[in-house]
Design a protein around this ligand. Structure first.
Ligand SMILES: *[C@@H]1O[C@H](CO)[C@@H](O)[C@H](O)[C@H]1NC(C)=O
Ligand SMILES: *[C@@H]1O[C@H](CO)[C@@H](O)[C@H](O)[C@H]1NC(C)=O
Ligand SMILES: *[C@@H]1O[C@H](CO)[C@@H](O)[C@H](O)[C@H]1NC(C)=O
Ligand SMILES: *[C@@H]1O[C@H](CO)[C@@H](O)[C@H](O)[C@H]1NC(C)=O
Ligand SMILES: *[C@@H]1O[C@H](CO)[C@@H](O)[C@H](O)[C@H]1NC(C)=O
Length: 379
């Protein structure tokens, strides 16, 4: 009974996606928000790591096989969830910061993507594979954008503040603090220093500070994601020699973070006047699709679509991937296919789950008063 309902639900969701997708591509209308700023890791990186000295880059085939421009540095076969969100908002894709010239940065008001594969909340996360833009660095780069580049595009400070308060800020980060830090005791010291509960607390404290920084720079409308059950990714299932299902050890560790995450956002809502924080729950959607029997939900398999490198779990270069990409959850050992990205984006945009207490459409339509910003900037 429940299974049938779940099946019907997911099938109609998929159908709805395709219909909306079709219409959104056809019709042009004024954007629902002036800009989309993106902070995070490989789940939303749109090409920043191409230009960084790191092994964590994917500017080769078969990445991008379903993306019009081919391999762009997106860690999936097609579009990421923030690409879809940009489309739903009526905006172009936020360009990767690292690829922009000074002239271009000076000119861009539709948003910028600062996300970086392997990056985490902590600075050292992911650095064993090379350089990345840690969350703190991404926030610093945005600070520079606000102080040095954006003002050229506005007549008055008030106009800039109005613009910032109506822009959408998406932050999706944290899984690398486990995958590329805590769960690699040979390379990182965090698991020697903290038990899982303390570590979650360290991450949340740091994360909270950076969200507060963004608020202080003028951001008001936030969509912030918690961490997906990374114990279900093919790479982690393999690492832990799990024969079926997920690594519950890893998922339990991450759930400590997710429990604290909800409270952290609530504290920010209370303390930051005029802010709106939408929580994106990656567990809800992922749990649903990664249930013991993925075929129930219309997805055939939880195996990666491409042939992955044993070490990095990224796709092997130039090896053709599976052809039935619409029915795969995972593209490589860590990252979802664009099919799941679309489902996440569409559910989050139109709600009611997994983005709460309001969906992204409501977030974009919410009227902002800029009084809270004037207080801050005049003090
Ligand atoms: C800035 O954008 C405008 C219109 O989008 C364009 O005409 C102009 O050449 C751009 N300037 C630079 C320096 O990129
Ligand atoms: C942002 O930039 C301003 C001006 O350069 C500086 O005073 C401030 O400390 C910066 N904030 C953060 C969080 O980096
Ligand atoms: C843990 O490692 C980081 C970076 O690798 C380093 O900055 C930090 O000092 C280390 N902490 C301790 C207590 O060894
Ligand atoms: C998984 O299996 C490999 C080889 O079979 C072994 O070396 C490794 O220690 C195992 N890992 C765990 C977490 O049990
Ligand atoms: C990857 O691992 C599999 C099974 O453990 C092995 O058969 C294969 O040769 C390995 N491939 C590479 C490129 O190391």
């Amino acid at each position: 009974m429940q299974e049938n309902m779940a099946k019907t639900f997911s099938m109609s969701l998929l159908l709805l996606c395709l219909l909306l997708h079709f219409f959104l591509a056809k019709c042009t209308r004024p954007p629902l928000a002036p800009a989309l700023y993106v902070f995070g890791d490989s789940l939303v990186d749109s090409g920043n790591n191409n230009l960084l000295p790191t092994n964590e880059k994917v500017n080769f085939k078969p990445y991008g096989i379903d993306f019009p421009e081919g391999p762009t540095g997106r860690f999936t076969n097609g579009r990421t969830s923030v690409d879809f969100l940009a489309q739903f908002l009526g905006l172009p894709f936020a360009p990767p910061y690292m690829g922009l010239s000074v002239a271009q940065i000076s000119n861009i008001t539709i948003g910028i993507n600062y996300a970086s594969g392997s990056a985490g909340i902590l600075r050292e996360t992911g650095t064993a594979s090379g350089m990345n833009l840690a969350l703190e660095v991404q926030v610093e780069l945005f600070n520079e954008t606000v102080n040095h580049y954006l003002p050229k595009n506005f007549k008055t400070k008030d106009e800039l503040l109005q613009y910032l308060s109506n822009s959408i800020f998406v932050v999706l980060i944290g899984s690398n603090d486990y995958i590329n830090n805590y769960l690699r005791p040979a390379q990182y010291n965090s698991s020697h220093l903290y038990n899982p509960e303390k570590f979650a607390g360290v991450l949340l404290k740091e994360f909270k500070q950076h969200l507060q920084d963004l608020y202080n720079m003028g951001a008001r409308k936030f969509l912030v994601f918690n961490i997906a059950p990374v114990g279900c990714t093919p790479a982690m299932v393999k690492l832990k020699n799990v024969t079926s299902g997920c690594s519950n050890d890893i998922n339990q560790m991450v759930s400590l973070y997710n429990k604290g995450f909800t409270g952290m956002l609530q504290e920010l809502r209370t303390s930051l006047h005029g802010s709106t924080f939408v929580q994106g729950d990656l567990n809800l959607l992922s749990n649903y699709f990664l249930s013991q029997n993925p075929s129930v939900n219309g997805f055939i398999t939880a195996n990666p679509c491409c042939n992955t490198n044993n070490e990095t779990s990224l796709c092997l270069k130039d090896v053709p991937p599976c052809t039935d990409r619409g029915t795969h959850i995972f593209w490589d050992g860590y990252h979802p296919t664009q099919t799941l990205d679309l489902l996440l984006a569409i559910s989050c945009f139109y709600g009611p789950l997994p983005c709460t207490p309001i969906n992204v459409l409501q977030l974009a339509q919410k009227q902002e008063d800029t009084a809270s910003q004037k207080d801050y900037f005049s003090s």
